[in-house]
Design a protein around this ligand. Structure first.
Ligand code: SF4
Ligand code: SF4
Length: 206
């Protein structure tokens, strides 16, 4: 390598020294996560506290990593767990296998399973990696439970509840292109997002 090549190399280094730094002092400093970040799952409940999962097993069927185990059971009419005929009696996710692809969330007909922004959780035992329904279901305030081996930071439990729908469940043309969120225990109803057209939501779509 000649002297001219060395100079070129130094020039590149020198230019980089004055550019804004894009790295952070992780884990002390953390960047805010995108609103639709895929992290640790939660099992949601309706605003009246009922569980959304109906034990249909669609999430388990679609999971490419085969890491969801669900068993449904009939609701006791006098003491129902979900508003439907059935509920998720057993629900487990194995985080040693999950790739956070979100296909379970897409498949769920009731928006029962969604993902929080938490990805920093490490285990010292295999049992901790297999999350049970009791751990995944949101607490009475509608927020994810903070388990002892999880490192929750501010904002990571926000916006976990509803998942975006490309159209209104009712199919109303007023909602075309306007992604909506479902009402959730602890969160209420979030405002609709603008669609790809970036148009203002039509009247009645919020
Ligand atoms: S995010 Fe993907 S890999 Fe993880 S449980 Fe859901 S479908 Fe399976
Ligand atoms: S989380 Fe959704 S898809 Fe999975 S069993 Fe429950 S209702 Fe069905």
């Amino acid at each position: 390598m000649g002297f001219a090549d060395s100079l070129k190399g130094f020039k590149v280094t020198f230019e980089q020294m004055f550019k804004p730094r894009i790295t952070t002092q992780y884990p002390k400093e953390k960047k805010p996560k995108p609103e639709r970040f895929h992290g640790r799952h939660v099992l949601n409940r309706y605003e009246d506290g009922m569980e959304k999962c109906i034990g249909c097993e669609l999430c388990a069927g679609v999971c490419p990593a085969k890491c969801i185990h669900v068993r449904g059971a009939d609701n006791d009419p006098d003491n129902p767990v979900s508003p439907g005929e059935r509920y998720g009696f057993v629900y487990e996710i194995n985080y040693l296998r999950c790739i956070h692809c979100d296909m379970c969330v897409e498949a769920c007909p009731t928006e029962a399973i969604t993902e929080s922004k938490l990805f920093e959780f490490s285990f010292s035992h295999r049992d901790q990696a297999i999350y049970t329904k009791e751990e995944l279901v949101v607490a009475d305030d509608g927020k994810p439970q903070n388990l002892p081996w999880e490192d929750w930071r501010e904002g990571e439990d926000k916006d976990t509840s509803g998942w975006m729908r490309a159209t209104a469940p009712a199919g109303s043309a007023n909602f075309e292109g306007i992604p909506l969120w479902s009402g959730e225990l602890g969160y209420g109803v979030r405002q609709a997002e603008r669609g790809q057209s970036n148009a203002e939501p039509s009247e009645g779509a919020e």
